[in-house]
Design a protein around this ligand. Structure first.
Ligand SMILES: [Zn+2]
Ligand SMILES: [Zn+2]
Length: 181
């Protein structure tokens, strides 16, 4: 019985390009976010859009294009939900591991296997690069009060005045030897 392997959503057949340097094909894809993509405070909306070109070169296949993604983020200081549309230029080389020297290994996820490539790793890498590391709702967001959780952009609280500074608390019981005990 011949079973066809389950192809992922990021599977691209490239038999028309493999080992045909100079040949190229345009791609315009709308694909789901890789299942294992995980960044704190970041949620990427389906689908991802990628348009570009796959170019056959001597070393393999060059995938060039632009990734567009809608992201739901949270401000890293006040946790306010944010929406961002991000774009990222992508240039990645896929190679056939069999064609390479042993000491010149193909990066995992960027292999050409049996006339096909998987672009999950490409998408993951591009998304990681496109996501802001410390998203802010506004320049100079004042964040939340660490004691009471008040959003300091909206109002203020008295915590700073009430909570004693523990550094001075420790000094309160400290008695310096003055020789007059
Ligand atoms: Zn904020
Ligand atoms: Zn407070």
């Amino acid at each position: 019985v011949l079973m066809t392997a389950v192809r992922s959503d990021h599977f691209l057949l490239v038999t028309d390009l493999v080992e045909r340097p100079g040949a190229s094909r345009k791609v315009d894809l709308a694909v789901p976010v890789p299942a294992d993509f995980d960044l704190p405070l970041t949620n990427v909306r389906d689908p991802l859009e990628f348009d570009g070109v796959i170019e056959s070169v001597v070393d393999g296949l060059l995938v060039r294009g632009r990734l567009r993604a809608g992201m739901r983020l949270a401000c890293c200081r006040c946790l306010r939900p944010l929406q961002r549309e991000t774009e990222r230029e992508v240039v990645e080389l896929f190679s056939d591991p069999e064609d390479r020297d042993a000491d010149d290994e193909v990066e995992a996820g960027y292999e050409i296997r049996e006339g096909a490539i998987e672009i999950s790793a490409l998408l993951r890498d591009a998304l990681s690069g496109a996501a802001p590391l410390q998203p802010l709702c506004q320049e100079g967001c004042r964040g939340l009060c660490a004691q009471c959780g008040t959003n300091l952009n909206e109002t203020s609280c008295d915590c700073a005045d009430i909570i004693p500074d523990s550094r001075w608390e420790a000094l309160r019981d400290l008695r310096l030897p003055d020789g007059r005990s």
